[in-house]
Design a protein around this ligand. Sequence first.
Ligand code: A2P
Length: 279
Amino acid sequence: MAAVPAVPTHTLNDGNAIPAVGFGCYTGTGGDPATLVASALASGYRLLDTALRYDNEDAVGAAVRASGLDRDDVVVTTKLPGRLQGRGAAREALETSLGNLGLDRIDLYLIHWPLPRLDLYVDTWRELIAFRDEGLVRSIGVCNFTEAHLSRLIEATVVVPAVNQVELHPYWPQDALRAFHAEHGIVTEGWSPLGRGALLCSAEVTAIAETHGVSTAQAVLRWQVQVGSVPLPKSSDPQRQRANLDLFGFALTDEEMATIAGVDHERLSGQDPDEYEEF
Ligand code: A2P
């Protein structure tokens, strides 16, 4: 296998480690997931992010098993969907994901959305704690939880999520939530770190990228690494996959960081975790 970019790690609050950049395996917009994930692993990604909802866990698991990599060297993330929140149902979700992946453990298991209207996320979290204690999953966390949702979990169970994966990119930098995470030892992961490609049209960011001899995407992703978030970029192209991981040979100045954070702030598509429902 060709040399791959060196990627540092974050140590989670349970002592496990995850790479500082991961690969977003969502392929709802096209592309063969097995080919994409095989190429991401060959490019050097060791953190994979999928979900039962994405309907591609079988391809992700097959790519991991076929990669020839030591199982302990790859962090496989998947997520529990809204339709299977709650006691009992959560175990069905886990067993389905383990079966789809064809793996005997999940490295990072996340609640996909809080769905506060259902009011099942605390019960679901108790199930994830049990899965971790049984050794079926290594680390547990959540996605799209607000400070209020996180506080409720912590008060009810005293178990702090290892990770909260949220929409995060310069258009939606999540400063207050990131500060809360830092205070509680929660690692932030960012979905749609390139703003689904929209950020690549920013002339200011492109000018900064040019001064470092990198692509606009690399500058945007480096901004996320420097704010302490773990970006999960998606790409169907092996060269872009590799470039998106190659973020550790340059650093943005404080001024450049501020310029990138200074773009207009707006969510991508109105997915407010207090309201948004996905099952
Ligand atoms: P492609 O698959 O053709 O590379 P996000 O991860 O924020 O959802 O963004 C994903 C989008 O960004 C995809 O459309 C992807 O297209 C594009 N993309 C990913 N990496 C790069 C890159 N390095 N340069 C340009 N476009 C990219």
